[in-house]
Ligand binder design. Structure first.
Ligand code: AMP
Ligand code: FES
Ligand code: ZN
Length: 302
């Protein structure tokens, strides 16, 4: 198998792009896809400051490295959830990665915020994952706004996005369908949110991370029953195997022709948001936001 670009020995074949690449040309392919993803959706510019949420997983680390190599002004943000074993391992991976590549990093500790995830878990009668996700998003947004960043970037890839889109479509969740996508403008006290890896699959990102020597964080969260959207991702993999390129087509078609329709509808209905009375974060509940309610519940208990 020969590299499509330079005819050297190829190490990876991509059916969706009908191409095989050698290591160097693969890295260039990856960079082009990230650049196209940013430019076509006008996610951010080189004059803006981007806060990149780093979990310790390969996607967000690959994203951070690639953005810095492309000359973007990036700072990492790691949320230390205070989960025994796994949080220390994840934080260690992120800290070593940023030190190795000389990248700026901020760490926000949930224990110091009165929100260690094990305590949140003990308090809830349901799986902690959705509360944990809510807490993480709350602090992504808070740090981005407090520190004056122009955008908050996450490592979500094409498989994450397509699985989420499929899930939202199966439920015809028009509110979620109206603002799902690689870029969400800042509004109502929310920072701009961007997903620059939206054109790249999990496999393509993993391959880049491997070629760039990115250390992987293997410790899975002890509380999550498995990766999210496992069933839907499996269905999409089967579709992609039978019809290479369909995943990206489906997603791009949604952005071009689906999302605008849902967005118009949602704008007509208009959900009212007001600042949380305790922290100022936008909430639809009228008083304090979900995170402040969790924090208050833990305080009352303690
Ligand atoms: P996940 O929902 O775990 O697949 O994570 C999706 C994205 O959220 C990752 O690619 C990161 O950008 C971000 N993220 C998840 N967990 C953390 C964390 N503990 N600290 C910072 N960013 C995170
Ligand atoms: Fe949040 Fe597992 S990482 S519950
Ligand atoms: Zn609040």
């Amino acid at each position: 198998m020969k590299c499509k670009i330079c005819k050297a020995e190829a190490i990876v074949a991509l059916r969706s792009h009908n191409a095989a690449f050698c290591p160097q040309c693969y890295k260039e392919f990856f960079s082009r896809q990230v650049a196209r993803g940013i430019e076509s959706q006008k996610l951010f510019t080189r004059d803006e400051r981007v806060l990149v949420a780093l979990s310790g997983g390969k996607d967000s680390l690959a994203l951070m490295l690639e953005l810095s190599l492309q000359g973007y002004n990036v700072t990492g943000l790691h949320i230390d959830l205070a989960i025994p074993v796994s949080s220390a391992a994840a934080r260690g991976v992120v800290e070593r990665f940023c030190a190795k590549h000389d990248l700026k990093l901020m760490v926000k500790e949930m224990a110091a915020e009165g929100l260690p995830i094990p305590a949140v878990k003990d308090r809830l009668n349901r799986p902690v994952c959705s509360a944990c996700g809510k807490i993480k998003r709350h602090f992504f947004n808070k740090v981005a706004l407090d520190e004056g960043f122009d955008a908050l970037a996450t490592g979500h890839n094409l498989d994450d996005e397509v699985a989420r889109l499929f899930s939202n479509t199966l439920r015809w969740d028009t509110a979620y369908l109206s603002d799902q996508g690689p870029g969400l403008d800042s509004e109502h006290g929310f920072s701009r949110k961007v997903k620059p890896l939206w054109r790249l699959s999990e496999f393509e990102t993993a391959n880049y991370a491997f070629l760039m020597g990115i250390e992987n964080h293997y410790a899975p969260c002890p509380y999550s029953p498995g990766a999210s959207f496992t069933v839907l991702k499996g269905l999409m993999q089967n579709l992609e195997a039978a019809m290479p390129g369909r995943k990206l087509d489906f997603y791009q078609g949604f952005l071009a022709r689906g999302r605008p329709v849902f967005a118009r509808r949602e704008a007509e209905e208009g959900v009212q948001l007001a600042p949380c009375t305790l922290c100022g974060y936008p909430t639809s509940s009228g008083e304090s936001c979900g995170v402040c309610r969790i924090r208050a519940a833990l305080l009352n208990e303690g």
